[in-house]
Design a protein around this ligand. Sequence first.
Ligand code: SF4
Length: 394
Amino acid sequence: MAQKDRDVIVARAPWVDVVFGTHNVGALPVLLERARIEQAAQVEILETLDRFPSTLPSRRESPYAGWVAISVGCSNTCTFCIVPSLRGKQTDRRPGDILAEVQQLVADGVQEITLLGQNVNAYGLDMGDRDAFASLLRACGDVDGLRRVRFTSPHPKDFTDSVIDAMAATPNVMPSLHMPLQSGSDDVLRRMRRSYRSERYLSILDRVRQSMPHAAITTDIIVGFPGETDKDFDDTLDVVRQARYAAAFTFQYSIRPGTPAATMPDQVPQRVVTERYDRLVELVGEIALEENRALVGTEVEVMFADGEGRKDAATRRLSGRARDNRLVHVAVSGEEVPRPGDIARATITYAAPHHLVADAGVHGLVRTRGGDAWRARQEGGPRGIALGMPSLRA
Ligand code: SF4
């Protein structure tokens, strides 16, 4: 938005100090300083990224979990997406810089890392190493004290067996996979310029489940892409039934100015989009509930998160994430109260479409360094902030 609307922002929001784009995020400290000295808004947008800005100061939102960018931009050209025209082609960050940031975060108390990129599976392609992302996952497995590694987003086009093997073989890489589908219709995928087809997509999920039977798979789906017919939409429902997602982020297609799809013929009427969307959400919810119900009676490892969980009159519950990233509300009482960042085991007693409940309490509570870091921040102590250390949220 900043890149696209630049001067309009300053005109309409005179309190803004700096308008910059994703290509010169590394210049932010300098631009802020210049705005302060000149007492005037600074607008600076670069058209290309020279190199990945690995040495920005940062303030971390969470003392026990962190995002680590591995690339910026995207070399794909999906017709509904504005990213390629604004962020440019994918630029990868060097593995050494990524691992240095991961190690520094862990030293500060962080124990869960999410590797972040528009298309993490294309990581390393410009270095000529198709397996670079798999190697990165394995390298994260060697970082002492790093308990959980996640990543987003993969792309079905570039997803390789080497990534599945690395996930399965690296104990701290979590058994959860967010694999964007967008549409189950091959015709729509073609018009979206997504170069995989539904058969290949489903075969990836099969291989993931063969290697990690308990992996939770989530997705993104767009309903009502231009030209989507009833048959196309049925194809999407069909893939959803086969894929058995733990959750899906569902979107009603709407025109994004500047994208190729915005000017495509056969835009689907809103009434039709809404009706299909409702049917999709219902199906996704039914399947997620069935999958969650299958977990009732099983024991999961929960890492607790910040913020109070759900409460009813009789029960105090704290919320956290299972290893497969499912949201779990856990009843706690007495002295065994976990802090955010702590880890415990809990038995699932109830399932809903979007969360699980564990009302039998916790056991095996581990007071982690992440929990210590959270406590220290509460008390105004060391905040786990690495000023001057490499960091970027894309
Ligand atoms: S949808 Fe994702 S893969 Fe496609 S162009 Fe946008 S960022 Fe790239």
